[in-house]
Design a protein around this ligand. Sequence first.
Ligand code: PGA
Length: 249
Amino acid sequence: MTDRKKLVAGNWKMNGLAASLPEVHAMVTGAADVPGVELAICPPATLAGAVGVAIKGSAIGLGGQDCHAEKSGAFTGDISAEMWADVGARYVIVGHSERRTLHGETDAVVSAKALAVLRAGLTPIICVGESLAERDSGRTLEVIAGQLAGSVPDAAGQSPVVIAYEPVWAIGTGRTPTVAQVAEVHGAIAAAMEARFGAAGKGIRLLYGGSVKPDNARELMAVAGVDGALVGGASLKAVDFLRIAQGCA
Ligand code: PGA
């Protein structure tokens, strides 16, 4: 797995205004110093066009934070995967725990969205992760296995997908799992994907997400089976985002 190019994707969530664009320009400049790492920025949809222009021709890719499963239609406020493709995105995050928790998205909804992303010719970043109560009751691997079975569509056997392991209790809290805990879950995800998809499953990149910061990135990214990071808060500032990327190199 360590031979795969690492991906560091920044999930800006509901943050960022036009005034944030200088950060993107700084990321573009700094990306040249981390040629071995693939970078992606997932800004709010309002900034997608401007970020797309800013990163054009650079090594940084554009991503969406969510999409609707349908191509188009009467879905006020929603954005389709085709729309993300139209604005030049390469990735769309689906099944983030904030979507699952705050918007009631089930595994079936997440799977339909992941399929929509593939239909649009893009790569879904499918998120899974246990709550603190689930971890404390020793159910982590069972919960992750269930989310994978329900959220990863069969089409992942033919088209590339990325999976992000994000323990819910680590997101935005400053808490991170131990290296052993990350290794255990990543190993279980890799085994499940290989069992289901064979060689294609082995090729699936597995990101870790949840309180990845410049000072812990190197340790987390060195864990066996970790192919990169999904970064929230620390992806808003170019200096932090780039230091995390350097931690992968
Ligand atoms: P965080 O968020 O890095 O701010 O913990 C990660 C995520 O939600 O993807």
